[in-house]
Design a protein. Structure first.
Length: 208
């Protein structure tokens, strides 16, 4: 195995970043309900992302950064990433969430690179309600994975992916080892490794 790609929210991090932002505005339950439907595959990911980010309009970016730098990482995340890297694997994070969280986590958890989305900030330092980036569509993770495999010269058989929701399906289509981590049924159906415990070191125990 040469490449491992982790999802971020509810995989490397215990929760959904956007729900933490929404809690700051007192709309946590409203946003969480949309997130849940998107992760279950009931909503188009792009449309649900736009809708949820739109609800964050006006949130100071200073709050975004403070929350992003204090997220609860999943049990075993740092150890698992370190062990995979010791085995010579590139470890990458793909997130339908936000670079404010994933770039900070890269330094904390030790993965090699992150691909995620960027919240647009107005001149007054508050969120405009708009978002752009690498991971905005249902197909984004699969598309980026194929591009990475081509760049690194890595085959599907040499690739492991780890995720929990419907927007991880596209990367599952291009990986030999497909780990559903505390995942929705829609993803478990496509997995060949299922972990139901909130501890990423379970992956290490199941690898050959």
């Amino acid at each position: 195995m040469k490449l491992c790609v982790f999802d971020f929210d509810s995989t490397l991090m215990d929760g959904e970043t956007i729900d933490f932002f929404a809690d700051e505005l007192g709309i946590g339950e409203r946003v969480a309900a949309i997130t849940e439907r998107a992760m279950a595959g009931e909503l188009d990911f792009f449309e649900s992302l736009q809708e949820r980010v739109g609800l964050l309009k006006g949130l100071p970016y200073s709050k975004v950064e403070a929350i992003s730098h204090n997220l609860p990482y999943m049990a075993g995340a740092k150890e698992t990433i370190a062990t995979l890297k010791e085995k010579g694997m590139k470890v990458i994070c793909f997130s339908g969430g936000f670079r404010s969280a994933t770039s900070y986590a890269k330094d904390q958890l030790g993965f090699d690179a992150d691909f995620s989305n960027v919240l647009h900030v107005r001149e007054n330092g508050t969120l405009s309600g708009l978002v752009g980036g690498d991971m905005m569509f249902n197909y984004s993770k699969g598309d980026m994975l194929v591009r990475l495999q081509n760049l690194l010269g890595v085959s599907e058989e040499e690739t492991m992916v780890v995720g929990d929701g419907a927007n991880d399906l596209s990367m599952f289509a291009h990986a030999g080892t497909r780990v559903a981590f505390c995942a929705r049924e829609v993803l478990k159906n496509e997995a060949n490794m299922i972990i139901e415990t909130k501890d990423l070191t379970e992956i290490l125990r199941k690898l050959p």
